[in-house]
Design a protein around this ligand. Structure first.
Ligand code: SF4
Length: 210
């Protein structure tokens, strides 16, 4: 795909949704971190349902640590992998208190050192809580970038590297959200909705649907 097409795609996605953000509900960097950690292999809707009950009771590292692993489990047991996630949440809270003054560190290495936090989660937190021009590549973005040929790659790392190279600075902060939302609601996994896709004429997917 050439750069003129990429810029047109980004321009259309921006015009359609000028101020995109995550669908995870959060009101602080800490809540965002915990919600992203809980969202691995789970839907944002299921995470929001659980945190709507958890955060009014506990939304600081100290308060969640005081709940303990079993206390956290009781709020998140509807979310996949809740056992290991509860353990990671508690360990993460302890590290935030002991090493970061109870704050979420604005630092990639420090974030990735937290239990249950990988590159993707760190990218989301740096982008959405702190405004960094990072682009977290999840399953939706991976699929959209390969189908459209916007930024093809064999794995998420290759797609992230390509995106960081080809997405102009003015689009970088919001690109992650536009691509995720496009993949979640239009360029869906099983049967993309090409007939109602606003970038259909620019997309280079060979098997478009009606
Ligand atoms: S035209 Fe189809 S394959 Fe291409 S981006 Fe749109 S929905 Fe996805």
């Amino acid at each position: 795909m050439n750069q003129a097409k990429r810029i047109e795609i980004l321009t259309r996605l921006r015009d359609n949704n000028p101020e995109p953000t995550t669908e995870l509900a959060f009101s602080s960097p800490f809540e965002l971190l915990i919600s992203v950690l809980l969202s691995a292999q789970a839907t944002d809707v299921s995470v929001n349902k659980a945190t709507a009950k958890l955060y009014p009771v506990a939304n600081t590292p100290e308060a969640i640590l005081a709940l303990g692993v079993d206390g956290v489990k009781s709020y998140i047991k509807t979310i996949g992998l809740f056992n290991s996630k509860a353990e990671n949440v508690i360990k993460t809270c302890r590290i935030l208190i002991e090493q970061h003054g109870s704050q979420v560190p604005e630092d990639r290495a420090a974030l990735e050192a937290l239990p249950g936090v990988g590159r993707k989660t760190a990218n989301v937190v740096l982008n959405t809580a702190f405004g960094w021009p990072t682009i977290a590549v999840d399953t939706h973005i991976f699929r959209v970038c390969n189908r459209t040929r916007f930024a093809p790659g064999k794995n998420v790392e290759q797609v992230e590297d390509k995106l960081l190279k080809v997405v102009p600075a003015e689009f970088k902060v919001d690109c992650h959200h536009w691509l995720i939302l496009h993949g979640r609601y239009t360029c869906i996994a099983r049967k993309p909705r090409c007939g109602s896709c606003l970038i259909e004429d620019l997309c280079e997917f060979k098997e478009k649907t009606e």
